[in-house]
Design a protein. Structure first.
Length: 753
């Protein structure tokens, strides 16, 4: 068997093999050969890497950064890239191509395999393997894996694991190079490799449209680029169908359930240069293959709506299940008013107002009901009262909310267990499905959903599927807050349908009537300018202030000054634990990214202990968890404090209200700083004090329910920093009402039939 040539490279397709050195032309494309000395940062999902690299020719250490799967110290590579100058870290080589330089000597092969480049291969196994095959060891693994069982201790199962690990390591690198050559972001490589494995390049070459069908979010961009590179005509039927699906998916990302056919055709024409007749033929073909549903809108027979299949199924399921719940026979009436009053007084020591008592009495007699109302109107009191009455009747009551923050708050104010809807239904991330469904329904007799305005179409469909038809469903929420992040506007649509009994609490209770926060929230809801006071030390203390600023740099300084000095001194609020900065956007001087850096610098004097891509952490930092993790019991939006950091092993410990969670290097992407968060992320939470930047630069996000949601997050103090013009822009904008949905009409038609 031929032996590898010394310094033979496992060349990646199209990789350059020579070129200028850094010393020759640092501003141009460069090739350097050497080995990794230290991995500074590696993201386990995107494989973005920062490492120190020893260049053999110059015997110099350089910093390399880019997409590099599973880098290991000691690994020999040939790197192609371009030099960049970083203002803080100096000159760095950004990777554009990578070749693994295969060692030729026995000792070199041993060191290479022991570096961990192939997972699951320990030093003892490496020694036995290399002693047996000598210089041919790597060739055997790559080209004759069936021979591995010749080595003592390597059986068929171990051999399969070793070969799979080798293929995974090299396959992902080849894939990233292939993507780079095709002008596709190599960061997509890990996602594609998870989908297709070591056959990824073969699949992409043979069927460029597969990613558009299989990989949500990024699949279309990958497929379209591959098709362009192959010279595929723009009106190729497969490409046109992918364009149609992509437009509909983007509309869903913006909250819409469907697109009007003519608008869909226009988008395809303007964005992809596809004429209307070709796009219309693609819509017809997709409907015939059950990818789309095309319906005539009942309110206007001249208009046709185009739905993604799963959107149509979710919306029709919601309407049908709600109608079935309402129609299911049940005993009319409930406890009389006197018994309700006695039970509530005895169990909760609460005297309900006439409005609350009237609503409670009527809700108890319904199979499905909605309770809505603004701040200070007593929604939480009614939840507590409904729970107490049903439990006194011997019925099981489940409380839930769409987010971990909202569920936790609901549990605190009711002194009753509350769950996220995902947790209530036993969501399995691996299966992307729920344990409780129509075939395995919940045992609950009553389900109460708080913060129902945050429930999107898909989640509501799964919740309704899991309810027995004998169960009662009570939705509680403030319809004037921001709609769900996911598609649809469910709570608003259900109210608009008139098919579900809806009870609006209007009376502001005595303890809230004197609060400017409450009164201004109701003014904002009506589109009126809030009555605001300047933040002036000579005035009596209020709970709602406005600091006028038109300059973004000055506004940032004001945020820092208020948070660090003025609010703690005047009101006594802890700047980290009790005060929360909430802002409309992530980007810009007054976005979360910049404000978090500035607030971290001002509020946390501890030294940085971990430097990761986009996240530098200190002990004492205020952080937020970014996705639901049912194994660790920490959820999207949960706030915590960093209490310990192990820099060497990149381990971080975070305290979530007494629940200590450890994060390893692979899990740090689940955290972000939380000194400043978006208003969307604040939904379902309350804070003693909120500081809200509201500037003209936020105009693309400014809308009435955004401002309303921001103001209602503050329990004891709200300070808006910005311009009156920005506030007026928000008040005038009621954009969420334009979400395209037919749920209201569907439910109304079912109730009339």
């Amino acid at each position: 068997m031929p032996r590898p040539h010394p310094n033979k490279t496992d060349a990646l397709p199209g990789a350059p093999v020579n070129g200028p050195t850094p010393a020759d032309r640092p501003e141009s494309a460069t090739i350097v050969e050497g080995h990794i000395e230290r991995v500074t940062y590696h993201h386990p999902d995107s494989h973005f890497t920062i490492a120190r690299f020893r260049a053999s020719r110059q015997q110099s250490r350089i910093t390399i950064l880019g997409y590099l799967p599973n880098p290991r110290p000691g690994e020999s590579l040939r790197i192609g890239g371009q030099w960049e100058e970083h203002p803080r870290y100096g000159q760095q080589l950004r990777i554009s191509s990578v070749e693994s330089v295969m060692p030729a000597t026995v000792e070199g092969i041993k060191a290479y395999l022991c570096s961990g480049v192939v997972k699951g291969v320990g030093p003892k196994m490496v020694a036995r393997l290399v002693d047996h095959f000598q210089e041919d060891s790597l060739e055997v693994i790559a080209a004759a894996p069936d021979r591995l069982t010749e080595v003592k201790g390597i059986g068929p199962e171990t051999a399969c694991r070793l070969v799979a690990a080798w293929k995974s390591h090299n396959g992902l690198r080849h894939l990233m190079q292939y993507l780079n050559e095709n002008g596709i972001n190599p960061a997509y490589g890990a996602r594609i490799f998870r989908e297709y494995g070591e056959t990824a390049i073969e699949i992409l070459r043979q069927d460029p449209m597969r990613p558009a069908q299989d990989i949500a979010g990024i699949g279309f961009a990958i497929s379209d680029r591959l098709l362009q590179n192959l010279g595929t005509p723009p009106d190729d039927p497969a490409r046109v169908q992918a364009c149609v699906l992509h437009v509909l998916e983007q509309m869903a990302d913006n909250g819409h359930i469907y697109s009007l056919l003519e608008n869909l055709l226009a988008r395809c024409r303007h964005r992809f240069d596809i004429d209307s007749s070709t796009a219309r033929a693609a819509v017809t073909a997709l409907a015939e293959t059950d990818h789309l549903v095309v319906e005539t809108l009942p309110e206007d027979p001249a208009l046709q709506a185009v739905f993604l299949k799963q959107m149509h199924l979710a919306e029709t399921t919601i309407a049908a299940r709600l109608n079935a719940l309402i129609e299911f026979p049940h005993r009319k009436g409930g406890p009389d008013r006197d018994r309700i009053t006695r039970e509530i007084l005895q169990k909760l020591a609460i005297q309900l107002s006439p409005e609350q008592l009237n609503v409670l009495e009527r809700v108890l007699a319904r199979r499905v009901a909605i309770i809505t109302g603004g701040p200070g109107t007593g929604k939480t009191t009614l939840i507590r009262s409904i729970t107490a009455i049903f439990e006194s009747l011997g019925q099981s009551v489940f409380l839930c909310a769409p987010t971990g923050r909202a569920a936790k708050r609901l549990s605190e104010v009711t002194n009753h267990d509350a769950f996220t809807i995902h947790r209530l239904l036993h969501y399995s991330p691996g299966e992307n499905d729920f344990e409780y469904n129509r075939d395995n329904p919940l045992a609950a007799q009553v389900v109460i959903v708080d913060e129902a305005s945050m429930v999107d179409t898909f989640l509501m469909r799964h919740l309704l599927d899991a309810l027995q038809l004998t169960a009662r469903l009570i939705l509680v929420g403030d319809v004037h807050q921001l709609p769900s992040v996911g598609p649809g506007n469910v709570l608003s649509d259900l109210i608009e349908s008139g098919a579900i009994d809806t009870f609006e609490l209007k009376e502001i209770h005595r303890q809230a009537t004197t609060s400017p926060i409450v009164s201004n929230a109701h003014r904002i809801r009506l589109g009126l300018q809030p009555q605001i006071e300047a933040f002036d030390e000579s005035q009596d203390l209020s709970d709602f202030y406005f600091v006028e600023q038109t300059n973004p740099e000055a506004a940032v300084r004001t945020v820092l000054d208020l948070n660090l000095y003025q609010i703690p001194q005047r009101f006594g609020f802890d700047p980290i634990r009790q005060t929360q900065v909430i802002t409309p956007m992530h980007k810009g001087l007054l976005g979360t990214i910049h404000l978090n850096r500035m607030l971290q610098k001002s509020l946390n004097p501890n030294p940085f202990l971990i430097h990761s891509e986009g996240l530098d952490l200190k002990i004492g930092d205020k952080v937020m968890h970014l996705k639901n993790d049912y194994r660790k019991e920490v959820f999207n939006g949960d706030n915590g404090t960093v209490v310990d950091i192990d820099p060497k092993n990149k381990m971080v410990s975070v305290d979530f209200d007494g629940h200590l969670i450890d994060y390893d290097a692979a899990e740090l992407a689940d955290l972000t700083l939380a000194y400043a968060i978006t208003i969307h992320k604040s939904q379902g939470s309350e804070y003693a004090c909120v500081i809200v930047p509201m500037m003209p630069e936020h105009r693309v996000m400014l809308q009435r329910n955004l401002l309303y949601t921001a103001v209602t997050r503050g329990k004891r103090l709200v300070v808006i920093i910005g311009s009156r013009q920005a506030i007026q822009t928000a008040l005038d904008n009621d954009r969420p009402r334009s979400r395209l949905s037919s749920l209201s009409v569907r439910l109304r038609q079912l109730r009339m039939s």
